[in-house]
Each structure stands twice: as C-alpha cells, then as structure tokens.
Design a protein around this ligand. Structure first.
Ligand code: CDP
Length: 788
C-alpha cells in the first residue's frame, strides 16, 4: 500500500523511527527496578528445594535476628487475611504462600522483608524450613493413570489429576473421513515446556499509603486494568477497592505472555506493603524467573491426517495432553481452556476435523502461558504443518505441491473452517509461491537430489501457517468475565498537538510510534506532535492489555475509530469556519477544503484552535474522543516460510543455510517495525526448534534453571533471515490491518523441523521432536548407519 501521507506527517506505510528508542538506547527508560521510594523495603523469597513435600515447620528466628530484616511472612500469616490462595486467570486456584505443602521445586515458601536487597537475600538463607518429601508426578501421562498420587488434595473430593476435557468439531464426520481415507498418517508430536526468558524478569514496587488508603503498584504487567480488577476482587475484603488501586506498567523489557498472569511475588509484595505501610520492592532474579514462572507449551499431541492418494486432504484428528503443572494458571479466554488450538486446520480446505485436549496436574510450576502466541496457536500450527509434511512425504508428493493443492483458495474467503472459525481473508498460494521464487525452490530440489546421490544430507522445509489474532469479539472472548474489547482515548490540544491513551501496554513493540501513525493517518497531524501513553490505570481507558498480537487488531482499530470521531467533529467546525455546508467539504490528510476550491481550506491545527476558541454555537467545546472497540471477528494473518538445512554427518549439527519468510499481515502501519517484529519472532521460533527446553528429572528437579543450561540463541546461532511480504487486507478491520507480533514465532519451528526431516526421510526418519539438538540428530544418524 502506498502511503497517503507525507513522510513529515508519517501515517500508515512510513518506516517512522521509533519514538521510544532515544530513551531506551540512552539508558533513560523507567523500568520497575528504577522506581525507588523513600523508606522502601526489599522482598526476597524462600523457595522450595523439593517438587512435592509437606512443610513440617518454618523457623524464622535466625532470619529475624539479622540486623535490617524487618519481617518474615509465611502462608500462615496470609491465611489470617484469607490471602494465602488466589484465583488464577483460568478460575483455578494457586497458592500465594503455602500453609501445609509445596507442589513444585522453586515454589514460594516464605518471604523476607529487609532494608536492602542484600539483607533480604541473607534473610532467606537463614529461614529454616523442615520438609517431608512426598511422591512426585512429573509425566502428565502418568499423572492421568488411575494409580497416580492425587496432587490437589486441597480440592475437596478430587480423586485424580485431570483438570478438564475439552473437545471441538464433528467427531462422527471426522471418523468417517478416516474410515473412507485412501491414506492416513499419524504422529506423536511433543512441544516441550519452554520459558519466555524476557530480558527483564518479573517484579513490582507496591506502595500502600495508610493515610489515603491508596495502593499504587508499579509492576511488570501486560494487562494493568485486568490486574487492578483482579486485585480489587481478591482483596476487596481487606479494604482494597478498585478506585483506590493504581497499577502502573512502566517500561517493560519483554513480556511475550509471561507478564500476563499474577504471580505470588506480586501479591506478597502488596500484602507486605499493606501490613507495614511502607513501599515494598520485589524483583525476581534470573534463576527464580527461569525456575518458577512464565512457562509455555508442554503439549503432548497425537495428530492424524486422512486423505486421498492424489494428495487431497479430507480429515484431521488431534488428541492432546496439556501439562499445566500444579495449577491451571494459563491466560486463555474463559471459553477456551485450550486456547485457540482449534485453528489447527491451518491453511487447508479440510472438510472435517475433531480435536480433544485433556489438562493434567503435575508437580511443576504453572505453565500454559501464551508465549508470543494467541493461546495455543503455536502448538496448533506445529501439529498441522508437521502432519501435512508427513502426509506429503508418505505419498511421495512434493510438500509445496501438496500444500498448493490443499490451500483454501482466495475466492473461498470469508472461509468457515471445519472447526468453526471464519477466516477473514487470505492468499496462501500467493505467499508460498513468492517464498519459493525467492529461495529458488526448484533449483534447491535439484541440488538436494544431486547431494543425496553423493550421500550428503540436505533438507528443505516449508511452513505455510495461518494465524488467528485479535482476541476478540466479546460474544466469545472474556478473561474472568471481562470482555475482550480494547480502547483508545484521543485528546487534541488547542495548538493541534495530541495526547492519546490506550488500554494496551507495549513491552517493546513500539506502540508509541505506531498508534501515533494511526492518528497521523486519520487526522493528518504529524507523528512528532503526538504523545502516546499506556499502562497507568488512573489515566488510561479500560482495556484488556497487550498479548496475543491483539494491539493492532483491537486497540489499533479503536484508535482509528476515535480519530475518525474527532475528524467528524472537526468537519463541523471547518464548515462553520469556512461558512460552507459540511457536505461541500472534502478531506485530505491535514485539512478540510471546499470541493473544487482547494484554497478555501482549514488545517487540522486551525480547526483544533477553533474547537477551544471559536466553535459553532450549540456545540461542545474541545476536540477529543474515546472508543471501546469490540472487533466483529479475529484477524487471520498468514505466511509461508522455507528453511534450507545441511546436516553434518560427523556431529549431527544442523546448519540453517537459508530461511525465507514471507508474511502477510494485511495493511502495514510501520514496515520497519513489522520487519523487526518478524526478525525477533523468527529468532524466538528458532529457539524452541533448536535449543530451548525446560526439563525435569524424576524427582521434579529443574535441569535447566539457569542460562548455563537453558540455551537462548544469540546473534551467533541466528541465521540471516530473508523476509518479504504479500498484502491481503482484513476486510473488517478499519485499517485493513492484521496483527503480526507473534506470526514468526508461531510459524518458524515447523519449517525447521520439516527441513530436517526432509533431509532424513529417505533414511526412514518420519518425525523429530523439538528441540533438534546435534545429539538427537547424531543418535538418529548412528541408528540409520550413516553417521561419520
Ligand atoms: O499486541 P502486539 O503489539 O504484541 O502485536 P501487534 O498488534 O501485532 O503489533 C506489533 C507491532 O507491529 C506494533 O507496533 C504494531 O503497531 C505493528 N504493526 C504494524 O505496524 N502493522 C500491522 N499490520 C501489524 C502490526
């Protein structure tokens, strides 16, 4: 799309430099740990060495004897106020601090308050806890066996570790496609537990003012308003009413879904501040962060595809066990305990599909957060893109040709999927063909054949994913009953400058720039004249926050509509100033003019001044608007990724030679920011595909609890991403835009696995679970007798 505005105005389509970057690159950002208040206390947390154990006693006397230790808080202290348990966002319950037993290694056991962070750390070492270990359940499949020890003994009458069963689709019709199929394929596919590993860990500063009764919490949250409401609902009985709670999300160093839930540390800090009347700071260290919160995935899937020998797919069946750890603390919309997993029909015209998911409790920290993902979409994409590839290989058809044969065609949109979603728009063949052309697909296939003849291992993998972002239409989407709209409030000052506030909260995505660009597009006011604020519940309009790539589809739409409301009023003022009828006015970015007389014009700045100095009689003064946008549908961005790998037969190392990513997120607000989102997203897709996995031993000990053994890829491991785009606007979004933040993280892993399996299929390898480590590949090569 060609920009309609000049670079000075900087509307849609301009790669405006990020307005937030000067403060970040000069060290002037304000993160939670930068907040320092007079008389502040510091909180540190005693954590359990056991994955499952009874707490026999907690002796705080030695800790309390340390000069500077102000208090030690235990579950029993919180129990006096009924604050030792809290609800999760999925209406399960989670301990704030335990009273009688711990459920995972690194669980919070007690908290120490001290006059410095260092004294608090000394204090936790001095707290003596006597544990009695209990049997540990690590494997979710074993957790669901009848003889497994029941973990949630706090739940009266609970006789197993099953959380919920959820299914979707037409089972009978799907089974019929399998009975009638000429070909069926089936694979067990595991997406391991991974961690978001944001640069900034979680933390907060809680300040309860005993005089005013107001609680202010600076916290690393992606959803400040929802958190405020949850705090008010949970702690209303101790006097914390919603109008006396202010949540401030300052600058955030990466959220990726990990900063949506409420973690016990936040609640303990609030309780500690209410009890002491002093500000309390809690900042996790890196190992606490990596061991105790922000876990994603952990889906054990069995995917089956039915089809014909000519390559037509007919039915899809997926069964999944979801390991949620000891509580279901995912942040899914209430109606969808398995998130939007039922987007698993992907980009294909499947006539029947059925999915089942069972949640299981284990002795692990709560998992299931939507890591750069719209609630289980990564899992869904991985399943369909893997099983599609298996089918193509099984029938001996080129995986690109197989996909092109089965894609939903452009003319089929809006398309109702077998699992009930209405895809808004798409051109899947367009994206795949562009990726094939860019990578030189036909030549690569020839090269692969030549190399294979010489015994060399080269693979080409495709992932043609469809995403579902922008949660969501309020008829289907809520979190704890709060409908998932979002909001924008725009105020134009007399001199034509703007402040705009939003219910979302950027954690690095560049909202201060892109929202300003939307206003610039709609009102013709230069981006430089617009300030964007998010994250303060005292000032921002109510919104559900930023995760699952929902900001552009929802708050971005609210922004455009609020700006249009302002433009409508501006038109009336312009008509008054020009002494013309409204219908006789035309708009071009930045001014209204009389049709046919471009010289008879009023700029938006002149109109702004008039809104406060010379507005028409009977009209309210001022120029501002608010919009709460309830999207009519989700948006369905998509893309086709092609990965080319070479495998070293001596070491099992997989080298990514090329990675071409063609994305389509409809109309783009800022091309540079979108490209940045895709680069970052691809690296976050590479990470689980090749490096990251949180593992536990049989006793529930976390084996990857530091960056020494949890391998986050750096620039050294990251290949050169080659990006391109197609543009298929969303028909229902006011700007034709779709979300993009998570696309690459969702789409990339399958392309990498597909490439590795493509290199090894002729040896009899059908599937490899991620992460594809050199050790895993080398073992396979050895088994197949081709290792060197
Ligand atoms: O909710 P979140 O901000 O994580 O995701 P998003 O809505 O996909 O947006 C990520 C960033 O890309 C934001 O700065 C968006 O404004 C920008 N974007 C864009 O410029 N054009 C699009 N079509 C989609 C997103």
């Amino acid at each position: 799309m060609e920009p309609r505005t000049t670079p000075e105005i900087g509307g849609l389509g301009h790669s405006v430099k990020r307005k937030e970057d000067p403060r970040f690159i000069r060290g002037q950002g304000t993160y939670v740990d930068d907040v320092v208040l007079p008389d502040m206390l510091y909180l540190d947390i005693v954590r359990s060495p056991f994955a499952h154990a009874t707490i026999k006693s907690i002796d705080a006397s030695k800790a309390l004897a340390i000069p500077g230790v102000a208090a030690v808080i235990t579950g029993k202290d919180l129990a006096q106020y009924n604050l030792h348990w809290m609800p999760t966002l999925m209406s399960d319950t989670q301990m704030v601090l335990p009273v009688d037993k711990v459920m995972y290694q690194a669980q919070e056991v007690a908290a120490v308050l001290a006059t410095s962070r260092y004294i608090a750390a000394d204090g936790i070492d001095a707290v003596e806890v006597d544990y009695d270990p209990l049997p540990v359940v690590v494997d979710p499949k074993k957790a669901l066996l009848p003889d497994a020890p029941v973990l949630r003994t706090d739940k009266e009458g609970k006789k197993d570790n099953h959380i919920w069963h959820w299914e979707w689709g037409d089972r009978t019709a799907t089974d019929k496609t399998f009975q009638e199929a000429e070909v069926t394929v089936k694979e067990d596919i595991y997406i391991p537990r991974i961690h978001v590993s944001s640069i900034e860990t979680c933390g907060c500063v809680a300040h309860f003012n005993k005089v005013t009764g107001k609680l202010t919490v600076w916290m690393t949250t992606q959803a400040p308003h929802a958190i405020r409401t949850v705090f008010a609902l949970v702690a209303g009985h101790v006097g914390l009413a919603e109008h006396k709670i202010q949540i401030i999300s300052p600058d955030i160093g990466g959220g990726f879904g990990g900063k949506v839930p409420v973690y016990p540390g936040y609640v303990i800090a609030v309780a500690a501040s209410v009890l002491t009347g002093k500000p309390v700071k809690w900042i996790e260290d890196r190992m606490e962060n990596l061991q105790a919160d922000s876990f994603a995935r952990d889906y054990h899937m069995t995917a089956e595809l039915a089809g014909k020998k000519d390559g037509t797919v007919t039915g899809l069946r997926i069964k999944t066990i979801a390991d949620h750890g000891y509580t279901d603390a995912a942040a899914n919309p209430s109606k969808f305990p398995a998130g939007l997993f039922h987007i698993c029909t992907g980009s294909y015209d499947l006539k029947a599909a059925h999915v089942e998911v069972d949640g299981a409790y284990t002795n692990k920290p709560p998992g299931g957060i939507a890591y750069r993902c719209s609630f289980r979409v990564t899992e869904a994409v991985h399943a369909i893109e893997r099983i599609t590839d298996v089918m193509a290989h099984e029938i001996g058809m080129d995986p690109a040709e197989f996909r092109l044969k089965n894609f939903i065609k452009p003319e089929q949109f809006p398309y109702k999927s077998a699992l009930g979603w209405e895809y808004d728009s798409g051109n899947y063949a367009g994206a795949l063909k562009l990726a094939m052309q860019k990578v030189g697909y036909d030549d690569l296939r020839k090269e692969q054949a030549e190399k294979r003849a010489k015994g060399e291992l080269m693979g080409i993998g495709i992932s043609s994913f469809t995403e579902i972002v922008g949660a969501g239409p309020s008829k289907h989407f809520d979190i704890l009953g709060l409908k998932m709209f979002d909001s924008a409030e725009i105020r134009v000052h007399p001199t034509g400058k703007v402040i705009a506030r939003f219910g979302t909260k950027s954690q690095g995505q560049g909202h201060e720039t892109t929202y300003a660009q939307i206003i610039a597009e709609e009102l013709g006011i230069p981006v430089a004249d617009i300030v964007v604020e998010e994250g303060d519940t005292d000032t921002a309009p109510y919104g559900l926050g930023t995760y699952a790539s929902r900001s552009t589809p929802v708050a971005g739409a609210a922004c455009a509509i609020a700006a249009r409301k302002i433009r409508d009023k501006a038109k009336k003022i312009a008509a008054h100033l020009l002494e013309a009828h409204e219908d006789d006015l035309d708009w071009e970015p930045g001014k209204f003019f009389v049709k046919g007389s471009p010289d008879r014009a009023k700029t938006i700045q002149e109109i702004s001044l008039a809104a406060y100095t010379n507005h028409p009689p009977g009209m309210e003064a001022g120029l501002e608007a608010v919009d709460y946008y309830d999207p009519p549908n989700l948006t369905y961005p998509f893309g086709s990724y092609i990965c080319v790998v070479d495998i070293d037969k001596g070491t099992g190392e997989v080298k990514i030679r090329r990675f071409v990513a063609v994305d389509d997120c409809g109309n783009i607000i800022n091309p540079m920011i979108v490209e940045g989102q895709i680069h970052g997203g691809l690296t976050m897709g590479l990470a689980p595909a090749m490096y990251e996995e949180i593992q536990y031993d049989e006793s529930g000990n976390n084996l990857n609890g530091s960056f020494m053994n949890y391998l986050v890829p750096t620039a050294v491991e990251t290949p050169r991403w080659e990006t391109d785009k197609t543009c298929t606007p969303s028909p229902h979004h006011p700007l034709g835009a779709k979300g993009v933040g998570e696309s690459a993280t969702v789409g990339a892993p399958a392309a990498i696995v597909n490439a590795v399996v493509d290199a090894l299929w002729h040896l009899g390898v059908r599937h490899i679970d991620i992460p594809i480590t050199p050790a895993k590949v080398w073992k396979l090569l050895r088994e197949k007798g081709v290792s060197e």
